[in-house]
Write a protein that binds this ligand. Structure first.
Ligand code: F0G
Length: 359
């Protein structure tokens, strides 16, 4: 049945002229993209700590079909892989890429193999990858080990690699910048986001530069990247052999797009900072309680970067328009969500018992 003409058709079709991948087949899509850009005034006030005033929007990438930003790049990578004749795709992942690759491979009717760090992947991501029918392999190692292994596998066997070193991933992912500019009418002053393997920051910058070059934006934003303090190779300037953080999505010690990320940060006049797990968790709680927006811990790293920049005085946010990307859904990591809260109390099923406990 033909789709009504106003229906959203996914990022490849919507940005047809700009997403540079094969046109040999119709896109493998779950109609990803078109995610909400939510004004967040109460969160802005909380992050400003009485020291400054700025306008804050949340780009809620958890609104994508598998609950994270990865679907934008994955629609492109899987479409390209299928057009190239791949029967199997592979990736290493801290969880979200795995779930996304698994879903799009299922959609395409091909096999998906994912490598995840044993015990360091949030429950909702593992559930997704398994539900979509991927072969999930847990390794006694971290993401960086997994990436090395899948690169080797794709060189030795006819398996397509769909990590963000695959250029198609960046082509799909950059559509997030287009959406921001299309919605706001121009680029924001700042774009804040968590940085792990550095594919997302690279892609956003590419998208902003492209729209600006073509006269669709009058300016370029400054980038504010945030890494978890225990996994902050770009901030430290060296590989982290044993990355650690509660923000398991960004538990990465040797980002594949390190060089591109540094270039983007430099070109934008931006800043990259390391935020502690405590700072991440504080913002993780604040965003859900002030705005009703539930993200996974890693997503809150960008917010923690803003809070830190305000506290330490290096973030020039006064009067600015700031967009913070929340990369993944809070439901991805129910264990962390529940751990930080008071457990529900149990009462007898009558009104007296109820009235007694409502505070
Ligand atoms: N936020 C979330 C929720 C992520 O899952 C990731 C990366 C990032 C931020 C960082 O993005 O890697 O492009 O710098 N997750 C990858 C994965 C590594 O395997 O799902 P990046």
């Amino acid at each position: 049945m033909a789709q009504p003409s106003h229906a959203w058709r996914g990022v490849i079709e919507h940005y047809r002229a700009r997403v540079d991948i094969t046109r040999a087949i119709s896109p493998i899509t779950l109609l990803e993209g078109n995610t909400p850009l939510i004004p967040a005034p109460r969160l802005a006030t909380a992050l400003a700590q009485g020291k400054t005033e700025f306008e804050l929007f949340i780009k809620f990438e958890a609104g994508n079909p598998t609950g994270s930003f990865k679907d934008r790049g994955m629609t492109a990578a899987i479409t390209q892989a299928v057009a190239d004749g791949a029967q199997t795709v592979i990736c290493a992942s801290t969880g979200n890429t795995a779930a996304s690759a698994a879903a799009y491979a299922a959609r395409a009717g091909i096999k998906c193999v994912v490598l995840v760090p044993d015990g360091k992947i949030a429950a909702g991501k593992l559930a997704g990858a398994l539900a979509y029918g991927a072969q999930v392999i847990a390794i006694n190692g971290n993401f960086d080990d997994g990436l090395r292994m899948v690169k080797q596998a794709s060189e030795r066997a006819p398996i397509a690699l769909v990590n963000s070193i695959n250029p198609a991933r960046v082509q799909g992912q950059k559509t997030a910048s287009f959406e921001l500019i299309d919605t706001l009418g121009d680029a924001p002053d700042w774009l804040c986001l968590p940085v792990g393997n550095a594919g997302n920051i690279t892609s956003y910058w590419l998208g902003f530069v492209e729209y600006h070059r073509d006269g669709l934006a009058t300016k370029l934003p400054r980038l504010l990247g945030a890494q978890a303090a225990g996994s902050a190779p770009i901030v430290l300037g060296h590989i982290v052999e044993h990355p650690e953080t509660i923000a398991t999505a960004i538990r990465i010690g040797n980002p594949a797009r390190w060089r591109e990320a540094v270039q983007a940060l430099d070109d934008s006049g931006g800043h990259i900072t390391a935020v502690s797990d405590e700072e991440i968790l504080a913002c993780y709680k604040t965003v859900s309680r002030t705005e009703g927006i539930f993200c996974e811990p890693s997503s809150a790293a960008g917010l923690a970067g803003i809070a830190q920049g305000v506290r330490e005085g290096w973030a020039e946010l006064e009067g600015k328009r700031v967009v913070c990307v929340l990369t993944g859904h809070g439901l991805k990591d129910p264990d962390t969500a529940i751990k930080g809260t008071v457990p529900p109390i149990t009462i007898e099923p009558n009104i007296e018992a109820l009235l007694k406990v409502i505070d």
